[in-house]
Design a protein around this ligand. Structure first.
Ligand code: AHG
Ligand code: MN
Ligand code: MN
Length: 335
């Protein structure tokens, strides 16, 4: 049962029995993410006050500059999940390969692996614009009691047990699904408590917002170009409004509330787009579908893609059902 103003802690306990494999382990895991999110939130909030802005000087495995808060968020989530001994493995955008975690007393007894984008939209930190965290949770496929392998992480999105995001925005929200709808919790910063503020979130079936980096327009496939022109056309309820923050989490969150489509297509310069399948697209796709939206890579459903590598990139189109289907009509004309 979802009661407005329920705390996230109360909600997790009350809904534990509705998880498919209820043992309390997943509840503990979501609790740990809640805790780490609060710590990261605190750090993000004071980013303008302390000398924490700017690149840390490192580049991650994909050759991108790491911001200091990327490093902080990465360490905080990994430490929280590792110290509490509630997962058997973690993969992160900021780590070249996955981390295997041993439980100190009974070795390797935990069932879940977590994949995480610790700080999404990190280039927005310097300019005081919303950033986020994205997480995806699977049951391991290798036997409990053995170290995790890459197979535990390379699972299609349709095998996700839970997924969610935190948006560090004008208020901080944690939004997640365990496969039974999507619920959003807003942090009361005075109390440090998340409250259920957005029960059973749903994408409006139709929308009027399109979100895409139009600076890349000339490099897009003809189908995407045509769809963008369709969005801009003066006809019926169009032209639509263009909104692009440059933080997937924030763009997605707005579109889920107001109705819209998010697009990161492949182009003549980025063959697979930019977004990472395992810790950006799959979790957002799970949330989108649970909220009556759609998430596709073209013709195919994002969550049916068989992953080949940890940091794999895929084209990503996600949002209100009718908008995504209309986009697919345009894509299908050329393939
Ligand atoms: P991250 O900060 O985790 O690397 O992710 C940035 C992503 C995503 O949040 C955003 O939607 C997209 O990059 C923006 O890319 P462009 O600047 O190419 O539009
Ligand atoms: Mn990201
Ligand atoms: Mn990131």
């Amino acid at each position: 049962m979802t009661k407005k103003n329920q705390t996230l802690g109360e909600f997790i306990i009350e809904n534990q029995s509705s998880f498919q494999y209820s043992s309390g382990e997943l509840s503990k895991l979501i609790n740990a993410i809640r805790l780490a999110a609060k710590v990261v939130n605190h750090e993000v909030n004071k980013a303008g006050l302390v000398d924490i802005l700017g690149a840390a000087g490192d580049t991650n495995v994909q050759g991108e500059d790491q911001q200091k808060l990327d490093v902080f968020a990465n360490e905080k989530f990994i430490k929280t999940l590792t110290k509490r001994e509630i997962v058997c493995g973690i993969a992160s955008e900021e780590e070249d390969s996955f981390i295997s975690i041993n439980s100190s007393d009974e070795k390797h007894q935990n069932k879940y692996v977590v994949l995480i984008d610790p700080l999404d939209g990190s280039s927005n930190v310097d300019v005081n614009v919303s950033v986020g965290t994205i997480f995806s949770i699977y049951r391991r496929v290798t036997p409990v009691g053995t170290p995790v392998t890459i197979d535990d992480f390379l699972q299609p999105g349709n095998k996700q047990v839970a997924a969610g995001y935190v948006v560090y925005g004008t208020s901080t929200m944690l939004v997640y699904t365990t496969g039974d709808g999507v619920n959003g919790f807003t942090l009361n910063p005075a109390l440090g408590t998340f409250y259920l503020s957005h029960p059973k979130m749903q994408f409006p079936v139709d929308g009027k917002i399109y979100s895409v980096n139009e600076g890349n327009y000339v490099h897009f496939l003809q189908g995407v170009k045509d769809y963008i022109k369709y969005c801009q056309k003066e006809e019926g309820d169009r032209p639509y409004t263009s909104r692009y923050i440059g933080s997937l989490v924030s763009d997605f969150h707005r579109n889920m509330i107001k109705g819209g489509i998010y697009m990161y297509p492949k182009s003549s310069v980025t063959q697979n787009g930019k977004l990472r399948l395992l810790y950006e697209c799959n979790p957002m796709a799970f949330i989108a579908e649970q909220a009556n939206g759609l998430a596709v890579g073209g013709k195919n459903r994002i969550m049916d893609i068989e992953p080949k590598e940890l940091h794999q990139r895929v084209p990503f189109f996600c949002g209100s059902r009718n908008m995504v289907e209309k986009l697919q009509e345009f894509l299908n004309k050329y393939h």
